[in-house]
Write a protein that binds this ligand. Sequence first.
Ligand code: GDD
Ligand code: MN
Length: 408
Amino acid sequence: MSTDPSRPLLAPPSGSLTISEPKVDSALQLDAPEASPSSSVYLSLVIPTFNESENIEAMIELLSKLLDQALPGNYELIVVDDDSPDYTWKIAQEMVSQYPQLRVMRRQQERGLSTAVIRGWQVARGEVLGVIDGDLQHPPEVLLQLVAETQQGADLATASRHVEGGGVSSWSVVRRFLSRGAQLIGLIILPGVIGRVSDPMSGYFLVRRSAIAGKTLSPVGYKILIEVLGRGNIGRVAEVGYVFQERQSGESKVTWKQYVEYLRHLVRLRLALSPFGRFIRFGFVGLTGLFVDMSVFYLLREGLQLGLTRSNIISVELAILNNFLWNDAWTFSDISSRQQGWRQRAKRLLKFNVICLMGLILNTLIVNFLFNALGMNQYVAKLIAIAVVLFWNFWINLKLSWRVTEVK
Ligand code: GDD
Ligand code: MN
C-alpha cells in the first residue's frame, strides 16, 4: 500500500510542551461538514504507539467506524509513534489515504508516552483533546460516553477502572497492588490533585483544550492525567467505568522505571504547585539582588565617591529591578506568560517596587528595634530582618504583583 504524498507525516513540534489556545472558528459546530485541514474539529484523539504494529490497524478501523457515526467529519485521529522498530508509524501512514481523519507523527528525537501525547495535542485542531492506548486494552466504545460527557460541559472526562462498571480483566495481584499503592502514595503527596478522580493512573480520557491551553506541561513517564489535573484549570470532571482489557498482541512497556518516574512526577508537581518551590526560586533571586545591591553600592561609593544615601538608594533600586526581571522571567513565569504586554508588566514592576520599598522600611524598623530596644548583635538583627522581609516580599508579591489565584 502506498502513502498519500498530499498528506505527509506530521512534523513533530519542538520546544516547550505548551498547548495553544482554542481557535475561535465558526466551523466548530458539532454538525460541521467536512472540516478543511486547517479548520477546527470537535475532537482530536491522540494514540501514542511504540511497537504496536499488530494492533494499530484494528485501532484505527474501530475508532474511525465509531467516530464516523458520532462525529462525522468533526474529529481527527493522531497517531504519535516514537520511531518503532516494528514500523508502526509506516503502517499507520499507509492508511491515511483511506482514513481522511487520520494523521500520523513519527518522532525520532524524543521518546516517552506522556510527551508523545502532548506533542500530538500541540498539532491537534480539536476543541476537545483526548488520549487512548494503541493496544486495544482501552475499549474504543467507551469513547462515545466520554464525548457525551464533554458535550454536556465536563472539562475532563476520564475512563475509570474504579467506578461502577469499571475493572481490570486480568491483572496479577502484584500489578493491582502496585497500581493501588501508587494511587495511595499519590493521595498522600498530592491529595488535591490525585483525589479529584477515582483512577488517576488512567491513560484514557478527554480534556477541554481551553482548560490546559497556555500551560507549560512537564510530565515524567506515563501519567499524563495527573499532569493535566495538576496544571490545568479543570472545572467539572466526569468519570465513565470501563474494564481494562487483556492485551491480545504485543507487550506492555511498563517496567519498574515507570514507577520511579511516577514518584519523581509527584514530587515535581508537589513543588510546582506548592508555594514552597516558588519560594526557593524567589529566595535565590533575592540572593542575586543582594549581590547587585552590594556591588553597585561599592562601585558608587569607592568608584564615583557618591554620597551614602544616594549610593544606597541607587543600589537598592537596581537590586529591586534585577529581582523583578528574574522573578517575572523565572519564579512567576507560568503567571507572567499569561499576562503579556508592557502595560501589565509595568503594573507588576510598580507593585513589586512599592512592596519591596515597604520591605526596606520594614527591614530598617526591625534592625533598629532588635539592636536598640533588645540590644541584639547588629548583624544577627540584620539577618533576622532580611529573613522576615524575604517572607514579606514573597507573600505580598505572590498575592498582589503576580496574582496566582487568577491563574493556577
Ligand atoms: N509514542 C510512544 N512512546 N508511545 C508509547 C511509549 C513511548 O515511549 N511507551 C508506551 N507507548 C504506548 C503503547 O504503545 C501503548 O499504545 C500505550 O502507550 C500504553 O502503553 P502500555 O505499555 O501498553 O501500558 P500499559 O497497558 O501497561 O498501561 C496503560 O494502562 C494503564 C491503565 O490505564 C497505560 O496507559 C498506563 O498509563 C495506564 O495507567
Ligand atoms: Mn497496554
